[in-house]
Ligand binder design. Structure first.
Ligand SMILES: Cc1cc2nc3c(=O)[nH]c(=O)nc-3n(C[C@H](O)[C@H](O)[C@H](O)COP(=O)(O)OP(=O)(O)OC[C@H]3O[C@@H](n4cnc5c(N)ncnc54)[C@H](O)[C@@H]3O)c2cc1C
Length: 654
């Protein structure tokens, strides 16, 4: 058997021998183009599908997994080996919908709802071009599009705008691309969505070294994507947008920015803000802060001059970031005191820290379509209904007082995990069990946090930071904790775009329109702000990995832009009525979720106004469907005064 940990590359035979037979069959179908193989071998592999777990949902139901018939497996392996030894080029690249459904059913062991299938076909990486609209005209050179931000979503937008032929420029306030993953450099920073799905479907990475990569590996991936797609020359680095004003007469945006301290003005027909969601650090008020002798650092402002090694460190906050930091530094510091305002739901996941075995990487890198089908397996849980997790079941509530059978079961699993981990520490068990429903806040995968809490130099204190002394921090209850370094893992403000001076039609300011809280149509468009198509805005998140949501939204924007070009439109603005309808539906759904019925949960799902503004409360397949094509009736459309000749571009017609 191949040594998973080290050593030379496996032979092809070894790699095939260790490949999931279902994935081997999928690869064979791609290589041969022979769909009858599914009928030939499929029945013998039925029931051998692994139960795939989602990152925050431990497998709760044990389904018996059959062992595949050895003879059939050997035959598949032999045929795959033969094809690969002759360097065969795959004859099937993109399975049609019916074939994809059949392959998916066999590979995953269930048939996703029709609404999820086409989404999955794209997300698994079988379709690079997702466009619905067949362009009638090439975008003219003088139609300018400005993207703000070169994080994951801004880069996605740049690539898709380039592919569609738009003249675009990206402004990025930092010196490099990567956004979240360039900014967050704290110890232990890591992705908590499986890497298989937290990456672009049009640029899969078969070489992840971890199932949940660390920040630097993810940043490196984003930089490689930028290189592969040759978009760096369109990005203006160190250039921060400060505001933008819509000029109704000229039907364009005048965007103000500062580049290396010098003010700049850009003009663009369309602005696509992709400035992210979680990036303005939220810092608690600290009395006497300046008296503290050591560094006080927010997790998102970490720099390499901060050295916690061998010191007394106080860490405030136990969200995703706080637990990652605690796990990463517990062994390095003299003492670590963790200040917890409220416990979190923490779930075990063996893959969080695990490396992808070398042989699995080799399989994905070298055997055609293994990466795509493994990605399919990874997104499988997201293709199922998530209703019971978020939405209150009225009958269950009347009977038990709980949320739903599933949500309550997940709470039980969380409680059991705490109790089993700290059987001899009842005081810790009490501190660590939340009293609010699962998913009322983002659950956390245990990345070594509980192990850190068991160390003799680590202490968990329930309280709130209030003040500093020169060599200590003081909690609201008066407790004094000796400290040399104070780390704030206290999260971010949910600004959306209200921290910029955005002035739309008739001088309407976005921050006023969004007071007391931000709201939008599909999380992307706001009335009075024509040609301003933002990404990941209010109520458009959490339904899926951010990478998936970003791709859906960028797709929608490209469809909208192409519509503007084809239909000779100068401006597209969402109507008040469409926006109000969308929000009425969303609010009705939100009212039944644990995001609203949150018990005593704090957290960033809610805006300062108290409204839940982050999450999209429906299944992502619905969101995906709604973003396939813009609905013309939902818009106020203004034709160009100088329509471009209706003559069709022959090249695009073929
Ligand atoms: C620590 C951490 C871990 C996370 N882990 C996950 C995860 O595992 N899974 C998941 O789905 N999501 C995760 N998220 C959410 C994450 O932010 C998104 O997944 C994703 O990175 C957002 O991409 P984005 O391009 O929209 O925004 P960002 O990555 O925030 O990028 C925005 C970019 O815009 C730039 N910018 C901002 N303002 C301006 C301006 N005025 N002018 C010019 N440029 C500007 C910024 O410098 C930045 O480069 C995490 C967030 C954090 C903070």
């Amino acid at each position: 058997m191949f040594d998973h940990d080290a050593g030379p590359s496996p032979t092809l035979e070894e790699a095939i021998a260790e490949l999931d037979p279902l994935v081997a069959l999928m690869s064979l179908v791609h290589l041969t183009g022979d769909r009858s193989l599914l009928d030939l071998y499929g029945p013998a592999l039925e029931g051998t599908q692994k139960v795939v777990r989602a990152e925050f949902v431990p497998s709760t139901r044990g389904r018996e997994v059959r062992v595949a018939d050895e003879g059939v497996v050997a035959e598949i392996q032999a045929r795959l080996l033969e094809m690969l030894q002759t360097n065969a080029t795959p004859l099937l690249r993109t399975p049609d919908s019916a074939l994809f459904q059949k392959m998916t059913r066999l590979c995953l062991g269930f048939t996703p709802a029709q609404a999820s299938l086409e989404l999955a076909r794209q997300q698994a990486g079988f379709l690079v071009d997702t466009r619905v609209r067949r362009p009638r005209r090439a975008p003219p050179e003088d139609f300018k599009v400005l993207v703000i931000g070169a994080g994951m979503v801004g880069i996605n937008a740049a690539i898709k705008l380039k592919e569609a032929g738009f003249n675009y420029t990206v402004l990025e306030s930092r010196h490099e691309v990567g956004g979240t993953w360039s900014i967050n450099r704290y110890p232990g920073a890591a992705v908590d969505t499986p890497s298989m799905q937290y990456s672009f479907s049009f640029d899969l990475n078969p070489s992840w070294t971890k199932y949940y990569p660390r920040g630097p590996e993810y940043l490196a991936y984003i930089k490689q994507v930028v290189e592969r797609h040759h978009i760096a020359d369109r990005i203006h680095f160190n250039t921060a947008m400060t505001g933008a004003t819509w000029e109704e007469a000229r039907k364009l945006w005048v965007v103000r920015a500062v580049q290396d301290g010098v003010e700049q003005v850009y003009e663009a027909h369309v602005v696509i803000p992709a400035v992210g969601v979680l990036n303005r650090p939220k810092k608690p008020p600290i009395e006497n802060r300046e008296a503290f002798k050591g560094p006080i650092v927010h997790s998102a402002e970490w720099d390499d001059s901060i050295d916690p090694d061998g010191k007394d460190v106080t860490l405030v906050g136990v969200g995703c970031t706080g637990v990652q930091i605690a796990a990463a530094i517990a062994d390095r510091v003299k003492s670590l005191t963790i200040i917890q305002r409220q416990p979190e739901w923490i779930v075990p996941n063996a893959e969080v820290l695990a490396s992808v075995p070398a042989i699995e990487r080799w399989q994905m890198e070298n055997i055609p379509y293994v990466a795509q089908w493994k990605r399919m397996q990874s997104i499988a849980p997201a293709l199922k209904s998530a209703k019971g997790m978020l939405v209150i079941d009225p009958e269950w509530r009347a009977e038990t007082g709980g949320v739903s059978r599933l949500n309550d079961m997940l709470c039980d699993i969380g409680r059991d995990y705490v109790r089993a981990s700290f059987a001899d520490r009842p005081e810790l068990v009490e501190k660590l069990i939340p009293s609010y429903p699962y998913f009322a806040k983002r659950p956390i995968m245990d990345c070594g946090y509980f192990a850190a809490l068991k160390k003799p130099n680590v202490r968990l204190v329930v309280g709130e930071l209030a003040a500093c002394e020169p060599e200590a921090v003081v909690l609201r209850d008066g407790a004094v904790i000796e400290s040399q370094v104070l780390i704030l893992a206290t999260g971010f403000h949910l600004d959306f775009l209200t921290n910029f001076d955005i002035k739309g039609r008739d001088g309407k300011r976005l921050r006023e329109a969004w007071s007391p809280y931000p709201y939008a149509y599909q999380g992307m468009l706001a009335p009075s702000f024509p040609n301003f198509f933002f990404t990941c805005g209010p109520n458009s998140l959490l339904a899926s990995a951010h990478s998936t949501l970003g791709e859906q939204q960028v797709h929608y924007i490209v469809e909208l832009l192409q519509t503007m070009i084809d239909e000779n439109l100068a401006a597209a603005e969402i109507s008040e009525a469409a926006c109000a309808d969308f929000n009425r539906d969303i609010n009705a759904l939100l009212d039944r979720t644990v995001w609203v019925n949150k018990g005593d949960a704090h957290g960033y799902y809610r805006h300062e106004s108290g409204r839940v503004v982050l999450g999209y409360p429906r299944h992502n397949s619905l969101y995906w469907q709604e973003l396939r094509s813009p609905v013309a009736e939902h818009f106020i459309l203004t034709p160009r005064e100088d329509p471009v000749e209706p003559e069709r571009d022959r090249a695009l017609e073929t």
